[in-house]
Design a protein around this ligand. Structure first.
Ligand SMILES: C[N+](C)(C)CCCC[C@H](N)C(=O)O
Ligand SMILES: O=C(O)CCC(=O)C(=O)O
Length: 455
């Protein structure tokens, strides 16, 4: 147990802005040698408070429930109970219940005080070496209020009842607080067949992708914007393919291993290992967190057919939301199972077909693989028909030829597909066809995107 969170007995009324806690800080660091010196209400645990006269009170600070030491605190009575607002742009802030509203050039931010106190990025509260919070703030007074707020248009500064000072840059607030005007750095470019035919993502040459950060950024940018990208002129080996991929992200290990290659030899118990056509689907639906990216590189094909189908699942979902909101809603709420079973493997997942971003409501993931659906035990009988109706409504969008974009993967073309968004399929084929590739985790891709400052 953390020494400062042990023995927390104080009721909230004692932790208010009418108490001045500065002297606590010295006591904690000097006498106990405790490293936390925030001295804020968030960190103090009190056994009792005896109001003394003349503004002096005695209370008990506990290290554990059984061990308390008496100390003295200066009691500062709040004079007005109001929060002073100052600064060149004070007119842009307004106190509201439990927080402030901050008007910036284009947004109106609502900033709860508890949020502002918890997100303090001063050296005491935040470790800039590890990029981690130093304090848990789990005892923070939920109704904490600052004594004063200052805003100059660039920085917002707050002084808390214990004299702790918190300063934020407006830009930092804009990109971290909940607000409806949040803008994605790389918005989705939703497409159907015609839109994609007219605006395909630029293809990146192997040498550029491998050697210039501009080109690598463009490859990743394409995945975020269009849901896929293609690197051309890649040497026809698994090792070279892996090197191209590892510029983007480490290769994930799945039930198919790391780098796999497949052909129509039925080596595994999945229709991918045949030469029959496969309708649009996402892969790894039987993982609770489906693979983020699917990579394909056709190393050889000496027959006909085998074209690759790409289809923007977010565009299909968005259209469904417009024309059949009830179906869309059912698919975002109904958890269904998927599975992959073959000797030595038995994968089973639960998840919704459509998942939206929890704050923006934008599409986050489509999990659509009619082939790998498991028996539907998650839907009560009286809801079964409406689920099938919704699933069929989505599949009508997915089967719509106007949404299908077909390409022929030629040897040397490495295709990265956002498996959370873009569905893929293939036409039946003849002859020998060998495809290598792998899966990547979406978190790894996003991490690279942030490091390269694309996000
Ligand atoms: C890509 N590779 C051939 C290795 C595996 C194919 C797995 C296909 C599976 N039905 C799924 O949807 O995940
Ligand atoms: O063979 C192909 O081009 C694609 C196979 C496929 O859809 C898969 O492996 O999931």
């Amino acid at each position: 147990m953390h020494p400062l969170t042990a023995g927390r007995i104080l009721s909230k009324r004692h932790v208010s802005r009418s108490w001045y806690f500065h002297s606590f800080r010295n006591l904690f660091t000097d006498k106990r040698g405790w490293t936390i010196s925030t001295s804020s209400t968030c960190w103090c645990s009190y056994k009792d408070v005896n109001r003394g006269s003349g503004g002096i009170s005695t209370c008990f600070v506990g290290r554990s429930k059984s061990k308390f030491s008496p100390i003295t605190v200066n009691r500062r009575l709040s004079t007005t109970g109001t929060i002073s607002l100052s600064g060149k742009n004070a007119a842009d802030i307004k106190t509201i219940s439990g927080g402030i509203e901050l008007r910036t050039d284009n947004d109106l931010l609502t900033l709860p005080f508890i949020w502002l106190r918890d997100h303090c990025r001063c050296q005491i509260c935040y470790n800039y070496k590890t990029n981690q919070k130093k304090v848990e703030n789990l005892d923070c007074d939920l109704s904490i209020e600052p004594r004063s707020v200052e805003y100059d248009g660039v920085q917002l500064s707050l002084i808390w009842p214990d004299d702790h000072k918190t300063t934020f840059e407006t830009d930092w607030l804009l990109s971290h607080v909940f607000h409806s005007g949040y803008k994605k750095k790389v918005p989705f470019f939703l497409w159907n067949k015609d839109v994609m035919t007219a605006n395909p993502p630029p293809r990146i040459g192997y040498e550029d992708h491998m050697n210039t950060s501009m080109a690598l950024k463009r490859s990743i940018f394409n995945i975020l914007k269009f849901g896929y990208t293609i690197v051309t002129q890649v040497p026809l080996t698994i090792e070279d393919t892996r090197e191209v991929i590892e510029k983007v992200s480490p290769v994930s290990r799945t039930l198919f291993g790391e780098m796999w290659s497949f052909t129509s030899d039925e080596a595994r118990g999945d229709t991918a290992y045949t030469n029959i056509a496969l309708g649009a689907h996402t892969d790894a639906s039987y993982y609770n967190i489906p693979a983020g990216i699917q990579v394909f590189h056709c190393l050889e094909h000496d027959g006909s057919g085998g074209e690759t189908l790409l289809l923007d699942g977010f565009n299909a979902a968005e259209r469904l939301q417009k024309i059949d909101p009830a179906a869309f809603d059912i698919l975002t709420r109904t958890v269904i199972p998927h599975e992959y079973i073959e000797p030595g493997h038995n994968f089973h997942s639960l998840g919704t077909v459509l998942t939206q971003h929890p704050t923006t409501g934008e599409m986050l993931n489509i999990r659509f693989n009619p082939y790998d659906r498991a028996p539907l035990y998650t839907v009560p009988p009286d809801k079964v028909q409406e689920f099938y109706r919704a699933y069929q409504a989505l599949s009508t969008e997915i089967k719509n030829k106007d949404n299908e974009f077909w390409i022929k993967l030629e040897p040397g073309m490495v295709l990265f597909i956002d498996n959370w968004r873009v569905l893929h399929g293939r036409a039946a084929f003849t002859g020998k066809r060998v495809i290598t590739g792998c899966y990547l985790s979406r978190d790894d891709l996003m991490s690279t995107a942030r490091v390269l400052q694309i996000l």
